[in-house]
Design a binder for this molecule. Structure first.
Ligand SMILES: Nc1ncnc2c1ncn2[C@@H]1O[C@H](COP(=O)(O)OP(=O)(O)OP(=O)(O)O)[C@@H](O)[C@H]1O
Length: 718
C-alpha cells in the first residue's frame, strides 16, 4: 500500500443538525391497498426488477486470502430493542479459529484416521458436524471448503430448523444466505417440514425466496440448487427480463424451491402458473431494500397466497434493518418470531474488515483519478465502482480501460454476460449503479470506489460490503466534492470512522506499480542482453542521463506510464496545487475569502480558483489553483496586508456544507451539480432532488417525511 499523505479528519469538528429521517410508517389496511390497482400497475412497469445471473460463485480456492484487519468499534453496547439478541461476534476471530481448527482437523485426519478427526471437529462449537446437517449436505459443504458455520448461521440454525419465524441480521459478507438455505433444506428433508410437504410431479413449491434484484436472485438460486440437489430437492429462479416459457415449464414439472424477484413472481401468479398455497417457508432476503423499492404491496400479495399462515415459516434477513422494516416485519412474521441481530446497537454497522476511506475530488477529475486509485488500492484484484446514475456508469465505463457497465437499463442477457465476465476475471473493473450494491458475492473484489456519497447510510453499508467478505479484507474509497461533502451523516449512522486521504501522488503511484514493473523487467530473458547491449550503451552515452535515470524511465514505461502528474489535495485535479488563505480574522463564507483574493489578484486569476472551502476552525480557506498560476498568487499576497498564502502538503480539517435538505429529502436541488466553477464536471450530476427515498408512491403507505424533490423516490431507476 502506498504511503499517502493523510489529512486530518475534517468531519470531527462538525456536529451539524441533520434532519432526522422519519421512520414513522403509516400503515394502511390491505383493503385500501387493493383499492388502488392502477398505481400498482405503474410501479410494476417501472420496476428495475430483479435479476438473473446464472454465473456460479467462482470460489478459487487458490486465491490468496487477505487477513482481516481489525477496525472494531469500541462501542460495546448491545441492542435493547431486539426481542432475542445475541452477542455481536467478531467474525475475524471466529474465522481465524475456524482456519486453525481446520488445519488441525486435517492433520489429525491424516495421521490418525477419521475418528480422531471427528473429535477435533467436535471441539469447534460451530463445526458442521454439531448441527442437524445430513451426510450428503455435509459432504457438499466440505467440498466447498465449509467445515464450520459462520456465527449468523450457527445462531439461527436451530431456531429455523425447529420451526420459528426469524429476523436475522449480520454485517455484509458474513454468510446470511447459507443461514437460511441450510436449515430450510434440512427441515424439508429430515425435519418438521418433511412430513407435510408435497412431492411428485407437478408439486407446488414448498419454499419461496424473494429478493430485490435479478442478479441476487440468481446467486441465491444457485446456492439452493447446488446444496438442494444433494438432498433431492429441485429449485427454479423466476426473474424479469428473461423468457417466461422455461420458467413456466419448471413450475409445471413441479419444483420444491422458488427463488425470484417480486415483479416476475407476481406475473406468474396472475397467469395462474404458480400455486403458493402450500408453502412451508417464505424468505425475504434484503428485505429492507425490497420494501424501500416500493414492493411492499407486491410482497404482501405474494405472501398472502398461503392457505394457512400458521403452517408457514417466514424468515427475513438483511445487513441493515431500519426500524421501519422491523415494524413491517410484524405484518409478515408471527408474534413469536425470534430475532438474531449480530449488529444490534454496536456503533459500527458496516463491514469491520474493510478500510473505509474518503478522498476529496471534483467530478471532472474522476476519470483521470480512478486508474491511479485502482493501481494503489486494488492489490491486483477486482474493483467495483458505484455511480448514482446509469448514464454516469456508461460514461465512466467507456473512459476506463477494461471496464464494463452494469445497470438496470442494460438488457438482461447483456447483464448476465457482463456479470459472469467480471466473476470469471475477463475484466477487472465493473462500473455499476445500486443494482450491484446488495448481496452480490464476487470473489476477490478488493476495492470499492463510490464516485459520490450515496443517498443513505444503508447504501453505503451495502456498497462497501461488496469487498471484505467472509473474513477477507478490502478497501472502500468514497470520492466527494470538498465543497459539498456530507459525510458526517454517513459516518454517524454507519459508525465508520473514515480515513481522510488525498489523491495518490506520483511517489505513491511509483511505489504501488514499481515493484511489479521491476519484476517485469527482471523476468525478461537474459538472451535479450547481447542483442540490446550496444543500443543500451549508445543510449547511456548519448542521452545525457545516468544509468539509474534511464532505468527509472524503463520502469515507468513497463508500468504503463510515460508521464506522471501530481494532483492537488483538494479537488484531485492534475497540475493544480492547494493553497491555504488566512487573513488574521475569522472567515464566515467562501465569498468572504474570494473578496480577500480580489484585493490583490486580477479577475482571470480569481476565475481559476477551484473548490473554495472554509477550514473547520473558520480561520482560513483552502482552494486549488493551476500550478502555472502559483507564482502570481504568492507574489500577489505581498501587496495585501495581513494576508498569508501557504502551499499545503496535507489538508487541514474542512467545514462540511449541510446537504441534508437536498440529499435526504425536503426537496431542493438535491445532489448533482458536482461540476467545478468553470463548468468542468464530466459527471456533473444535474438536478432533481433525491428525496422520498422510502416513500411508497402508490398510496403513501411509507410516506414518512422523506418526500419532496423530484427524482429517485422509489430508488427503482438503477
Ligand atoms: N460457513 C462458511 N464458511 C466459509 N465460507 C462461508 C461460510 N458461509 C458462507 N461463506 C461464504 O461467505 C461469503 C459471503 O456469504 P453471503 O453472500 O451469504 O454473505 P451475506 O451475509 O449474505 O452478505 P450480504 O449482506 O452482502 O448479502 C460467500 O462467498 C459464502 O460462500
Amino acid at each position: 500500500m502506498p504511503s499517502i499523505a493523510l489529512a486530518n479528519n475534517s468531519s470531527d469538528s462538525k456536529d451539524k443538525k441533520e434532519k432526522n429521517m422519519k421512520k414513522n410508517i403509516a400503515f394502511k389496511t390491505s383493503e385500501s391497498e387493493s383499492a388502488n390497482p392502477s398505481k400498482k400497475k405503474n410501479l410494476m412497469a417501472s420496476e428495475p426488477e430483479d435479476e438473473i445471473f446464472s454465473d456460479r460463485k467462482q470460489k478459487k480456492k487458490d486465491k490468496k486470502k487477505r487477513k482481516a484487519v481489525d477496525i472494531h468499534s469500541e462501542d460495546d453496547e448491545r441492542s435493547e430493542t431486539s426481542s432475542e439478541l445475541v452477542e455481536p461476534v467478531n467474525l475475524k476471530v471466529e474465522k481465524t479459529k475456524k482456519k486453525n481448527k481446520k488445519a488441525k482437523v486435517d492433520e489429525e485426519e491424516n495421521e490418525e484416521g477419521e475418528g480422531e478427526g471427528e473429535v477435533a471437529k467436535a471441539e469447534d462449537p460451530n463445526a458442521i458436524s454439531r448441527f442437524r446437517i445430513s451426510g450428503p449436505l455435509r459432504e457438499k459443504l466440505k467440498s466447498k471448503g465449509i467445515e464450520s458455520l459462520f456465527p449468523i448461521q450457527a445462531k439461527t440454525f436451530d431456531d429455523i430448523h425447529n420451526g420459528s419465524d426469524l429476523v436475522g441480521r449480520a454485517r455484509t459478507g458474513q454468510g446470511k444466505t447459507l443461514a437460511f438455505v441450510l436449515p430450510i433444506l434440512e427441515s424439508l428433508t429430515n425435519g418438521p417440514a418433511n412430513a407435510s410437504r408435497k412431492t411428485g410431479n407437478g408439486r407446488p413449491p414448498s419454499v419461496l425466496v424473494l429478493l430485490p434484484t435479478r442478479e441476487l436472485a440468481c446467486q441465491v438460486y444457485n446456492d439452493f440448487k447446488v446444496y438442494g440437489e444433494t438432498l433431492g430437492l429441485t429449485s427454479c429462479c423466476l426473474y424479469g427480463g428473461a423468457s417466461y416459457h422455461p420458467q413456466e415449464m419448471s413450475l409445471k414439472r413441479g419444483v420444491d424451491i422458488v427463488v425470484g424477484t417480486p415483479g416476475r413472481i407476481k406475473d406468474h401468479i396472475e397467469r395462474g402458473n404458480i400455486d403458493l398455497s402450500l408453502l412451508k417457508f417464505r424468505v425475504l432476503d434484503e428485505a429492507d431494500e425490497m420494501l424501500r423499492m416500493g414492493f411492499v404491496e407486491d410482497v404482501e400479495l405474494i405472501l398472502g397466497k398461503v392457505q394457512d399462515v400458521s403452517k408457514v415459516q417466514t424468515l427475513l434477513f438483511s445487513a441493515t434493518l431500519p426500524d421501519w422494516v422491523k415494524h413491517i416485519s410484524s405484518r409478515f412474521l408471527k408474534p413469536t418470531k425470534k430475532t438474531i441481530d449480530l449488529v444490534g446497537n454496536e456503533k459500527m454497522k458496516a463491514s469491520t474488515s474493510v478500510r473505509h476511506i474518503v478522498l476529496p475530488c471534483f467530478t471532472s477529475a474522476i476519470p483521470q483519478l480512478i486508474p491511479d486509485i485502482i493501481r494503489c488500492y486494488s492489490s491486483g484484484g477486482r474493483t467495483i465502482i458505484f455511480t448514482e446514475k446509469r448514464e454516469s456508469a456508461n460514461e465512466l465505463a467507456g473512459l476506463l480501460h477494461g471496464a464494463r457497465a452494469l445497470h438496470g437499463e442494460i438488457q438482461q442477457s447483456q447483464r448476465e454476460v457482463t456479470l459472469s465476465g467480471f466473476r470469471s476475471g475477463k475484466f477487472m473493473t465493473l462500473v455499476a449503479t445500486n443494482v450491484a450494491a446488495r448481496g452480490l458475492d464476487i470473489n476477490d473484489v478488493q476495492l470499492i470506489i463510490q464516485c459520490e456519497p450515496p443517498r443513505d447510510v444503508e447504501a453505503y453499508i451495502h456498497r462497501s460490503g461488496r469487498t471484505g467478505r467472509a473474513g477477507n479484507t478490502g478497501v472502500a474509497v468514497m470520492l466527494c466534492d470538498p465543497r459539498r461533502s456530507n459525510i458526517s451523516k454517513i459516518e454517524r449512522e454507519s459508525g465508520v470512522k473514515f480515513e481522510h486521504i488525498a489523491a495518490p501522488q506520483p511517489a505513491d503511484i511509483a511505489k504501488a506499480v514499481g515493484v511489479e514493473a521491476a519484476e517485469k523487467i527482471t523476468q525478461v530473458s537474459d538472451s535479450v542482453v547481447p542483442a540490446f547491449k550496444s543500443a543500451a550503451e549508445d543510449l547511456l552515452n548519448t542521452s545525457g542521463l545516468s544509468a539509474v535515470e534511464l532505468l527509472a524511465k524503463a520502469l515507468a514505461k513497463a508500468a504503463g506510464y510515460t508521464e506522471i502528474k501530481s494532483r492537488s489535495l483538494l479537488t484531485s485535479m492534475e497540475n493544480h496545487v492547494t493553497l491555504l488563505l488566512e487573513a488574521g480574522r475569522p472567515f464566515y463564507t467562501p465569498s468572504f475569502a474570494f473578496g480577500i483574493l480580489r484585493r490583490f489578484l486580477p479577475d482571470d486569476k480569481i476565475e481559476s480558483v477551484k473548490g473554495m472551502t472554509l477550514t473547520a476552525d473558520g480561520n482560513g480557506a483552502v482552494f486549488d489553483v493551476p500550478a502555472a498560476d502559483l507564482d502570481t498568487f504568492l507574489a500577489g499576497q505581498e501587496n495585501a496586508a495581513n494576508v498569508r498564502l501557504e502551499v499545503l502538503q496535507a489538508l487541514p480539517p474542512l467545514q462540511e456544507r449541510d446537504q441534508s435538505r437536498g440529499r435526504f429529502g425536503g426537496g431542493g436541488r438535491g445532489r448533482g451539480d458536482f461540476s467545478d466553477r468553470n463548468g468542468g464536471g464530466r459527471f456533473s450530476g444535474g438536478r432533481g432532488g433525491r428525496g422520498g427515498g422510502f416513500s411508497d408512491r402508490r398510496n403513501g403507505r411509507f410516506s414518512n417525511g422523506f418526500g419532496g424533490g423530484k427524482g429517485r423516490s422509489g430508488g427503482k431507476k438503477w
